[in-house]
Design a protein around this ligand. Sequence first.
Ligand SMILES: [Zn+2]
Length: 241
Amino acid sequence: MSSLKINGRRIPFTVQRKEIQHIYMKIGSDLRLEIVLPQREKISVSRFLKSNLPWIEQKVEEMSKMKRLFTGNTILFKGEPLKVKGIRVRSAGGGMRNGRGRKGFRLYKNVVFVYENSKKKRDEILKNFITRQTLRHVNRDAKRWVRISGMWRSEFGKRKEKIHKIEVKEMKNWGYCTKKGDLLFNWRLICLPERLRKYVVLHELLHTKYFNHSNGFKREMAKYIGDFQKVEGLLRNYLPF
Ligand SMILES: [Zn+2]
């Protein structure tokens, strides 16, 4: 893959030409530059890169300040890095197990051991773990906010645990509240420090009452998280995807 050198950092990039009208350029959180040029116009790549260098430099600077949720062999878990160790297993009696008969996954201190040979399966196992943890904690957080605030009592009645559905899924934001009042959360939410995760849950819960970020919303938020603006600032350091 070709690469650019920006502030001493090697930025890999790909160039594609497609049947599109406008130039498309993106830098992901992995600091890879993706360029798609319109096929019709004969744009020279080197000239294109040269004239867009200021934009690229600025984006790289912004992105490199962001905290990464996943890197090659670490994941953030409640804001702390966990090491991920893939352990090769050998096939015995049909099942894929290692010498001790372990299978799947184990969390020990701050290391996640994933007993699986294929990278794809290891990633799947990790994603399942993160998703389950997020769902568990988000449910717990929501109940806690309901208890503390006394709000939504009617909806979160005693007999019915909750009317608002809580779901965890793939999304570009941290959370989302539907018009019906269902709460959707990013499956990666558990990666954030607890304080930030709790803020996101309260934020979406408040949207069941306020459908915008009005002063009412902010006043209510400040009742439970006095320094919520600071928390919002911290949250901006993390990319949700
Ligand atoms: Zn909002």
